[in-house]
Each structure stands twice: as structure tokens, then as C-alpha cells.
Write a protein that binds this ligand. Sequence first.
Ligand SMILES: [Zn+2]
Length: 183
Amino acid sequence: MGYLICERCDGYYQLEEGENPDDFDRCRCGGYLNYVEDIEDKTFIDKFNFRRLAGILIGAIIMLSSYYIFSADPYSPNFVLYNNTIAFLIWVAGGLIGALLAGGNIRSGISNGFYAALISGLVVILYFYYFITNYFTNPVMADNIAFFAALCVVYLLIPAVFSMVGGFVGMFSRKMILKFSMI
Ligand SMILES: [Zn+2]
């Protein structure tokens, strides 16, 4: 008993009683199969692998480049959010490239896009609104928290919509290409 997980497409097979992991060499997609005792191990591998972490970090760096080109300052004429098609495309590209590097299935591609936006958003908020211009000086703590929440919408949630679309598009087209390369 146990499971075989494909390195390439993230598909898995449950072994039947009497089947040996060595009887199976490759997945239908051509990827190598790895044996795990339990499917819990699979989700563990899925959550904590370095390839995924590297993909998310590179996605976050790509997304951050939009704040290097445009301004994170809402009073600036080239503020990143207003009508900024290039920034939107950079966010989509960040999610897409990050997801492709991280691998996994479509669902993990979408969540990798979100994580890239999460890291990039927190870096901008911390760097621009805390270190450069300390806006968190309101004596009322609740006001600071509300301000932080508003910043999260602008720098985290809105970019995340784009990077999650990018993650989906990347993993979906990869799956389609793998499918057609099989024929
Ligand atoms: Zn496979």
C-alpha cells in the first residue's frame, strides 16, 4: 500500500494490495514517480519544497519591480494603481513565471500567485510606509491597524487578483502543452 506521486504533473496513484512501487516506472505524462507511505506526506512535500519557495520569491521580485518603475506614493502622478496597464501586466507576469518555476498543479499555481503578491505587498508596505515615510504614528492603535488594512487592499489584494490570474494561466497552459505533447 501507499502512493506514487508524479514529479511532473503532480498526479498520484494509490497502490493496490500486492502491487509493488517498483512495478511502475513512469507516469502517463512521462514524469518520474516517487513513492510515499501516506498522502499526508504528499501535502507536506507540496507545502514545503524549496522549488516552490524559490518560484514564489522570484514571482514576488518580479511583482516588486513594478514599484521600482512606478511610485508607491499615492500623491505621485505615476502612482502604481491608477490606470497602470504595465503594472498590471508585471503582476500577471510575476504570478505566471513564479507558478511555472514552482511547479505543481493548477490550484497550487493560483495559490503561489497569491503568496508572491503577499510577499511583494508586505515588502512595499514595510519599506515605503514604515521605513521611508513612517505613517504608523497615530496615537490611536486602531487607526494604525485600519490604515494597515487599507494598505493591504491596495498593495496586496489588488495585485494578488492579477498574480493569481497569472498563476492560473501559467499552470493551465502548461497542462495543455503537456497534454498535447503526449499525442
Ligand atoms: Zn505525470
